[in-house]
Ligand binder design. Sequence first.
Ligand code: NAD
Length: 337
Amino acid sequence: MIKVGINGYGTIGRRVAQAVRLQKDMIVTGIVKTRPDYVAESAMHDFRIFAADAKSLESFNNSSLKASGTLEDLISDSDIIVDATPEGMGRKNIETYRKNGLKAIFQGGEDHEIAQASFNAYSNFMDSWGKDYVRVVSCNTTALARTVTSVRKSFGVKHVSATLIRRATDPNDSSKGPINALEPSLKFPSHHAPDLQTVIGNVDVDTVAIKAPTTLMHVHVVSIDLEKQADQKQVMAEMGRYRRIMLVSGKSGLTSTAQIMDMAREMGRSRSDLYEIAVWKESVNLKGTKLNYIQAVHQESDVVPENVDAIRAMFQLMDDEKSISETDKTLNIGKRV
Ligand code: NAD
C-alpha cells in the first residue's frame, strides 16, 4: 500500500484524494488545509486533516474542527505527496519534500523544470518510471496530449495547431468574475504548445488561447497534419479505442458544454466530473491528411486519473495499460451510464 498525502485540497486536490481512496494499492494518509472552513468540515468525514503550518494549526485549534498535526506530520507518515497547492507554490514545497526524502507529484501550474518528468498516461507513462518528482501536465495539455496521441499511433502527426477557448475560472471561484470579455493570449504560440511537447515529444505545435466568460469547461478547436491519409470513420475508430476520450454527438442533444456537464450529472459521476475528453463526432473532419476536430475539456477533473497513474509509475507498481485500466475501472471512466 502506497501512503499518499495530499497537500492542497482545492479543485484538484480534493478530487485526487477521492480517486486515490478508491484504489486497492494506495491509501490517503491525510490532506492539508489552511483553514477550518466548510470544505475542511466535509473532508473530515473521509480524511485526516493536517494544517499547512503552525499558524493554520492555531486556527484549527480555535475552531470545532480538529487537525491531526501539520504538513510536517503528514510528511512523516507518507511515501509520496501529491502537491495540489496554488500555482507556483510547488517550487517552495519541493525543498521540504526533498529534505524529507519523499517523492512528490506536482500539477500543471508548475514549470516543467520542477520535476524529472512531465506526465500523461497515454503519451509517456514510462518516462516517470521510478522517478521521485513528476509533474502532471495541465488540464488543457492533458486533453491535447490524449487526443493527439490517439491519432498519432496509427496515422502519424506532423503538425498540431489548436485554438483553446478557456473557461475564465472554476465554478467555486467568485473572485474572478463575471468577466464580460474575451481575453486572448497575446503570445504566439501560447505556453500550451511547449507544454504539450513535454509529453508528446518532438512534434511541431502551435497554440493560441482565449479566455471566455464561462466556468464549465474549455473547448479546443484542433487541426492536425497527419503523416498518412485517413477518413473520418478511421479516426473515430482510433479515438474510440481510448476510454479517456468520449465521442459525443450533437444529434443526442449534446450541442454545448452545458449539456455535456449535464450528461455528467445524469451519469451520477462524483461531483458531476467528466474525466474523459469529449470529442464531437460531427466535428471530426478530414481533407486529405488535414484532420480537424473540436473537443470539450472538464478542467476540474481530466487530470485526476493521471495523478493516480503517475503514482503507480513512480513506484513501478504496474505498466501503463494495467494502471490505466485499474484507474478507469474505479472511476467508471469510459462508461456512459
Ligand atoms: P485551488 O485554488 O482550487 O486549490 C488550491 C488549494 O490549496 C486551496 O484550497 C488553497 O486554500 C490551498 N492552499 C493555499 N496555500 C496552501 C498551503 N500553503 N498549503 C496547503 N494548501 C494551501 O487550485 P487548483 O485549481 O486545485 O490548482 C492546483 C494546481 O492544479 C495548480 O498547479 C493548477 O494550475 C493545477 N490545475 C488546475 C486545474 C483547474 O482547472 N482548476 C486543472 C489542472 C491543473
